[in-house]
Every structure is written in structure tokens, then in C-alpha cells.
Write a protein that binds this ligand. Structure first.
Ligand SMILES: [Mn+2]
Length: 352
């Protein structure tokens, strides 16, 4: 049962028939799903969690963004990675572990699948032998999605993917207008790596230089550990970016930090880019460039939930590398953070 036309309500009648449908034995418990006007994730009481489709939360898959409010997209790239590889398997790993997530958000009462038409658009068909071409392929893929009134929640892939995604968004929303909430252990503002200008450690510098984002409405949270020079963090500050180093977060709730972030970003479009390595390796070991003394899982949730009320236009969760994720928990955490992003998108209803 995929792709309910928006606005159509299906009602289960006394004899088990579904009004508007002939009886469909494939979905014996379909009453709940069929009262919904929007696509629903396949529930754990309809199909065992370890089975069924391999889409994000087992949502319907769709070929293009027609009729969607939000699309999940996999970007299976790790050619931009500087150390441990494997983020190319991130989309598959995150989708696989997303089966545990239920549609209703208990704490905020957000019911995203009552409010938005969502589907999984599958993966960007990147060229794994050619990073520059891959970056072009990603941008064109997002251009096609953003031609529709549809937002994207992307599953990385290493952090290089955020550059072409932002290039596409800047064409739609305007150069220099997009604010950025960037969670990461690393500033990602190197000028080059091995002479290459587009990598997972340079994308943010390129985004500032190309005026894809507004540095004054950009915040980096979780930066830490070691660098080659003081400039590794100070370059960001010189552009007017607010840098919240990990030490500023230790032993604290990030609620007050997010109050400041919302005040700084204010109105206008904002994109959320969440590198799983912003969290401590005790929470998220399955990643390519881990750094210790990072944010906790709870702080990661506080950051995303703290984006509620902002005009969030999209987001990504990057750098999950399943080969270093023996338990699958890093991928599961990544899936949950994407769900948290979904719940703070404008227009998501909160149940009374
Ligand atoms: Mn990072």
C-alpha cells in the first residue's frame, strides 16, 4: 500500500473491506494506515521489523519528488573521506536501523506523518571513481528534487555531499540567504586537502566562499580536538560564524545554547548538517574520523529539537561508517537524528 493520494481517507468497514478499495489481504491490520491521508511508515505490527522494504522507516519509495513535502535521499559517497572509509554504506546502514522508529514523537507530540507527505527517493547514482563528477551528479539530483515544493533529508555519505546539496539549495533559496546549523567535531574549513579543493574537510570553506550560506546565520557546534594551526577554528570566526567548541558544551544542557542559536539565526531559511562525529565516540563509534570528549546523544537531540521554530529547509546526517559500527547503534542513532529533523520541519503538527 503505497502512495495514498493526499486528502483521501480510507475507512475500514464492518466486514473488513476498505471503502474505496476491494478487500486487500496483504494488509490485514490496515485500518490505522488507511485512516491516514499521507504515506505512513510500515509499522512493526504489520510487518516484522527485520523484514519488509529497505527504505527509510520502511516508507513507500518513489521515483521523483512529485507530490512530496519531504524526501529521504541516500548519498553513498566516501571518496571525500580522509581516514577510515565506509560512509558509502551509510545510507544502507541507516535505513536498515531505521526500522525501530515509530511514527509519533512522544516528547514533542509531533506527528510528522499526519502532516507531511514523505517518501524515500532512493540513492543518488554517484560515480565512485570520480569525486568531481560525483559532486556534479549530486547537485543535479537535488536540482531535480528542489524543482518541486519538496524538502530533503539526506543520508550520507561523507561530509563532502553537503557542498553540492547546498549549491542546489542556494539556487532555490538565493545566494547568501541560507543559515546553517552545523554539528561536527571538525570545522571543515581547510583550504585544500592534498591539493583538492572539494573534500569532506573543505566543504564549509567552499560554501562560504561561494556565498551559498550566510556566515552570520551559521553556527558550528561540537568542534574539538587537534588541528594543524589555530586558524583551523579561527577562520570560521573571522567569517562571523559562531563557533561553539565542545568544551563549552561539557556537563551542560544545550537548551540555553540553542536559545542563542535561534536568536542569532532568526527568520529565513536554515539548513541542518549533522556529522555523527560531533557526538562522542562512546555514543557514535561507527564513523571515519572520531574525536574524543564530544557531545552526548542527549545533547545531539537537544540541538535538533532546538531547531523547532526555525524555517528549516532541509538537513543531512553524514559520516556513518557501518564497518566501524559493530552494534549498529551509530546507524540507529543517525536514523533517529534524521527523524528528529523531520519532526522540527515547519508544518509538522503536534497532537493535542
Ligand atoms: Mn567531522
Amino acid at each position: 500500500m503505497t502512495g495514498h493520494p493526499r486528502g483521501v481517507t480510507y475507512v475500514r468497514t464492518g466486514n473488513g473491506d476498505i471503502k474505496g478499495h476491494s478487500r486487500d489481504n496483504r494488509f490485514p491490520h490496515s485500518w490505522m494506515r488507511c485512516t491516514m491521508a499521507f504515506n505512513q511508515p510500515l509499522g512493526g505490527n504489520e510487518m516484522p521489523r527485520f523484514a519488509g522494504p529497505g527504505t527509510f522507516m520502511r516508507l513507500p519509495s518513489q521515483e521523483n519528488a512529485q507530490g512530496l513535502d519531504v524526501a529521504f535521499v541516500g548519498v553513498p559517497v566516501d571518496a571525500g573521506t580522509s581516514n577510515r572509509p565506509g560512509a558509502r554504506y551509510g545510507p544502507r546502514g541507516v535505513r536498515s536501523e531505521s526500522v525501530m522508529i515509530r511514527p509519533y514523537h512522544m516528547a514533542s507530540r509531533a506527528a510528522p506523518f499526519d502532516s507531511l507527505q514523505a517518501a524515500d527517493l532512493g540513492d543518488v547514482p554517484i560515480n565512485t571513481y570520480n569525486l568531481p563528477k560525483t559532486v556534479q551528479i549530486i547537485e543535479a539530483f537535488y536540482d531535480a528534487i528542489l524543482a518541486h515544493p519538496c524538502k530533503t533529508l539526506s543520508i550520507g555519505g561523507d561530509h563532502v555531499i553537503t557542498l553540492p546539496i547546498l549549491r542546489a539549495h542556494a539556487k532555490k533559496y538565493g545566494k547568501g540567504t541560507i543559515g546553517l546549523v552545523h554539528v561536527d567535531a571538525h570545522a571543515d574549513v581547510n583550504d585544500d586537502m592534498f591539493g583538492e579543493k572539494v573534500t569532506h574537510g573543505t566543504w564549509l570553506r567552499r560554501a562560504v566562499e561561494e556565498k551559498l550560506i550566510d556566515p552570520l546565520r551559521t553556527v558550528q557546534i561540537g568542534l574539538r580536538a587537534t588541528g594543524y594551526a589555530a586558524d583551523d577554528f579561527d577562520w570560521s570566526r573571522r567569517q562571523g560564524i559562531r563557533v561553539v567548541q565542545a568544551e563549552e558544551c561539557w556537563h551542560r544542557s544545550l537548551g540555553p545554547v540553542m536559545d542563542q542559536v535561534r536568536a542569532r539565526i532568526g527568520g529565513g531559511p536554515v539548513y541542518v548538517s549533522f556529522d555523527i562525529d560531533g557526538l562522542d565516540p562512546s555514543c557514535a563509534p561507527g564513523t571515519g574520523t572520531p574525536e574524543f570528549a564530544g557531545l552526548t546523544t542527549i545533547q545531539g537531540y537537544e540541538i535538533v529539537r532546538g531547531c523547532h521554530g526555525l524555517d528549516v529547509i532541509g538537513g543531512d546526517l553524514v559520516e556513518v561508517s557501518p564497518a566501524y559500527d559493530a552494534s549498529g547503534n551509530t546507524a540507529m542513532l543517525g536514523a533517529n537524528l534524521l527523524y528528529e529533523m523531520l519532526c522540527v520541519l515547519p508544518g509538522v503538527k503536534r497532537r493535542d
